[in-house]
Unconditional design. Structure first.
Length: 601
């Protein structure tokens, strides 16, 4: 199949916008718990009407401070309640949010704020404020800067803006909001810059509303007002988390925030979400942590057996007859001994998860469905306002990224590139007409990803067009298939396949420090210095097993013949990972040129 689409189940009218969605929800369900805020060892619910009132109070402060409709306001913070509050306040003032990752360097902050023409910015703390102040000379249009956390002599941004807006009337604020239409820009989100300088994607209120209502329609059984909840720990500067923010309001369901991933386990236990969000690395670590904990209790054999049963059980669910009696009995036994323990680490209520940002892999997909925690994979980019395809909760197809969302069309071009059309698309790259024309050639957005559609319209992503390697013998290699499989091993942090123009395929590998120490202890090597450990034959043999497993996903001509374990890590701070944890391949290739050359000597 070359093209597939589903009819829209919700049409966004020209006068709709995101502040209107919040207002209508607050009027229709004023007492529903919309936001949960951490308080002591628990959570305090904030009603829809209370949240809407605080949004309006902060928005009045923005208006009083001179922020005008259509102007851009930077927002830099970890994932916390105030991020969502300011996002909706900026929209209510008729302005446009420009997210900045909390981990951004001063140069990256300067690019986002300068390129977008931001006139104001809200940052989290004194450290972020100092970073912005250090490049203030390079931002002539930035005239206002607020800090969420209070300092010794100044209140926090919420209190400061609420006081500043006390004299702004409801009519004046409503007039600012009334400048919005469905096609007004809501945000400028900068791409992760995996292949060069980040580009500002302009996304409208229509794009968010189209996407939000489509997701709610496809996940209705999982998004029940008064029952369902989601705990947000992904960075809100990324479009995936912003999608969740809007979906939670469209449903509406209870939304919580986690600013520090180190407390996530405790927060999951107290919040007890019904839906978990994550990228594939989150679910890989969940699996690896559970297996490592079982091995430390000398129960690794039981975990491995239970994992095999879960995978077999999930695969049998896709068959005509389903799991047989012996498999059902084994599954029931493993549930009491192993699966329930894993579900309990997620709070005990979650039955489903949403995964995006990369392929999860069929093995992990079947494992999690087999333990009673189905991970629904989706696919999208910043330019598509997050998901453009999604696995329906009642008919997931593991190994695919699901069906196009309602109102979306997906086409596979002759060269295998995935093309997308729909109202959820961005309107263009800010100030870059040439790049916009190239991306939207022929009325379709050219994603740069390679994929295929099956007979029922389910989409499978097979690689990235720009990441295809061509070996010296002319063999085309899509790195993702091998890399994802290798990275599933508990020891592996990152794997980057190389071989463009070379005689064979090889790989650069970094190790996960947390699991490295556990592995060393289990194998009697805990006292070895790290440098010696990385060269030890036992360790290299374990890495070879991970590579061998990755090679089973590809042909011999595409398989990794040699690998090199690097002494350090690929991190955001080193510039090798984007804030959404994607490899900046051109940076890795540049910085590791000697290591790559050594593979071919």
């Amino acid at each position: 199949m070359r093209e597939f689409s589903l009819p829209a189940r919700y049409e966004v009218s020209g006068g709709e916008h995101l502040p209107g969605l919040l207002r209508s929800t607050a009027e229709r369900l004023p007492g529903v718990g919309l936001i949960a805020r951490a308080e002591g060892a628990g959570w305090r619910d904030m009603t829809a009407s209370a949240f809407a009132a605080e949004v309006r109070a902060v928005a009045k402060g923005l208006v009083a401070s001179g922020v005008r409709p259509g102007q851009r306001v930077g927002l830099m913070s970890p994932t916390r309640y105030e991020w969502t509050l300011f996002d909706f306040a900026i929209w209510t003032a008729g302005a446009v949010t420009v997210p900045v990752y909390e981990t951004s360097s001063p140069a990256q902050i300067a690019w986002n704020l300068r390129d977008s023409g931001a006139v104001a910015a809200v940052v989290c703390d004194a450290g972020h404020r100092a970073a912005v102040e250090s490049i203030r000379h390079d931002l002539p249009e930035l005239t206002r800067l607020w800090t969420m956390d209070p300092a010794d002599d100044t209140p926090g941004a919420v209190a400061e803006l609420t006081a500043a807006g006390a004299g702004v009337s409801d009519a004046d604020l409503d007039a600012a909001t009334a400048t919005l239409t469905a096609d007004s820009p809501a945000t400028v989100i900068y791409t992760s810059g995996t292949t060069g300088r980040p580009k500002g994607c302009v996304l409208t209120h229509r794009a968010f509303l189209t996407m939000g209502h489509a997701v709610v329609a496809s996940m209705a059984p999982l998004l029940r007002t008064g029952h369902s909840s989601v705990l947000l720990f992904l960075p809100l500067a990324h479009v995936f988390a912003r999608m969740v923010e809007v979906v939670a309001l469209c449903a509406p369901i209870r939304l919580g925030h986690v600013p520090d991933a180190h407390t996530l386990t405790d927060d999951l236990a107290t919040f007890r979400p019904t839906i978990v969000l994550g990228v594939p690395r989150v679910f890989e670590k969940l699996f690896n942590s559970a297996r490592a904990a079982a091995r430390e209790r000398r129960m690794g054999w039981l975990f491995d057996r239970a994992a095999a049963v879960a995978i077999a059980y999930s695969r049998a669910l896709d068959g005509r007859s389903g799991p047989g009696v012996p498999l059902r009995l084994a599954h029931r036994l493993c549930d009491g001994l192993v699966y329930r323990r894993i579900r309990d680490t997620l709070g005990g209520r979650a039955t489903h998860a949403i995964s995006g940002g990369g392929p999860l892999g069929a093995r992990l997909g079947h494992f999690f469905r087999g333990i009673g925690f189905t991970v629904l994979e989706g696919y999208g980019l910043t330019e598509t306002c997050a998901p453009t395809a999604f696995n329906p909760c009642d008919a997931p197809r593991i190994g695919t990224v699901g069906l196009p969302l309602a109102g979306t069309a997906v086409r596979v071009a002759d060269d295998g590139e995935v093309l997308v059309r729909g109202d959820h698309l961005f309107t263009g790259y800010l100030g870059d007409e040439r790049a916009t024309r190239e991306a939207m050639a022929g009325g379709w957005f050219h994603t740069g990803d390679l994929g295929s559609l099956d007979a029922d319209g389910y989409l499978t992503i097979t690689g990235r067009k720009k990441e295809i390697l061509v070996t010296a013998s002319g063999k085309n290699v899509a790195p993702a298939a091998i890399e994802d499989r290798v990275r599933a091993h508990e020891l592996i942090a990152e794997c980057m396949v190389v071989g463009d123009g070379r005689p064979f395929v090889a790989a650069l590998i970094t190790l996960d420090d947390a699991f490295l120490r556990r592995w060393a202890g289990r194998n009697g090597l805990g006292d070895l210095p790290r440098e010696e450990l990385l060269r030890h034959p036992l360790l290299l043999a374990s890495v070879q097993k991970a590579v061998d497993d990755g090679n089973t996903a590809v042909s011999r001509a595409e398989s990794v013949r040699k690998f090199r374990v690097l002494p350090g890590q690929f991190t955001q701070e080193s510039g090798h990972l984007t804030p959404s944890l994607k490899l900046r391949r051109h940076v890795v290739a540049r910085d590791c040129a000697d290591e790559i050359d050594a593979l071919y000597r």
